[in-house]
Design a protein around this ligand. Structure first.
Ligand SMILES: Cc1cc2nc3c(=O)[nH]c(=O)nc-3n(C[C@H](O)[C@H](O)[C@H](O)COP(=O)(O)O)c2cc1C
Length: 161
């Protein structure tokens, strides 16, 4: 299967998980970049506000055809229980052109269920699988061996056998 992993990451956790998945699935990756500054206290408060109010943002352009892939896996950090504005913006702009989709999220302990449902609603497509990982599991040296990650990878591989 030809797979693309699309993700946004502000502090590196979702990037780390995206890399583990890309390695296991031999996929290409596309990192979505948010042009808004999300650093510092103001950036943090604005990030939470934008997530709660379902605001979109400005993301950097990319040049990829999603129809070239069998599966697009989309990953986001959880902000205020929601998906990030960058991934919201990405999904709104591209939902019509996705092949099969799967989702993943990293969080600080609050879970990801609401955000994963939001993603499904925006794409209007049922994901083949969803993965939710707490950031503490992604500490150096442990991120390659998370059982849930292996289960997720196997589920996706089985769909294309
Ligand atoms: C603005 C903001 C809001 C957050 N809200 C939540 C939350 O509601 N629940 C939670 O479990 N973690 C929350 N977190 C923690 C992030 O989801 C977690 O650190 C995630 O792994 C960050 O991914 P990244 O390093 O790829 O940016 C929040 C972080 C930020 C910056």
């Amino acid at each position: 299967m030809k797979t693309l992993i699309v993700f946004y990451s502000n502090t590196g956790n979702t990037l780390k998980l995206a890399k583990v998945l890309a390695d296991k699935l031999e996929s290409e990756t596309l990192e979505i970049k948010d042009r808004r500054n999300r650093k510092g206290l103001i950036g943090f408060l604005r990030a939470g506000f934008d997530a709660i109010t379902s605001n979109v943002t400005i993301i950097e352009d990319f040049n990829l055809k999603f129809a070239d892939y069998d599966l697009v896996i989309i990953g986001t950090p959880i902000w205020a229980g929601r998906l990030t504005p960058a991934i919201r913006t990405f999904l709104i702009g591209n939902s019509e052109v996705f092949p099969e989709v799967a989702f993943f999220a990293t969080h600080g302990g609050g879970g990801s269920s609401k955000a994963l449902i939001q993603m499904e609603e925006l794409v209007e497509k049922e994901p083949l699988a969803c993965l939710s990982i707490e950031k503490s599991s992604l500490k150096d040296g442990s991120s390659e061996n998370i059982q849930e990650v292996d289960k997720y990878v196997k589920t996706l591989q089985n769909k294309f056998e």
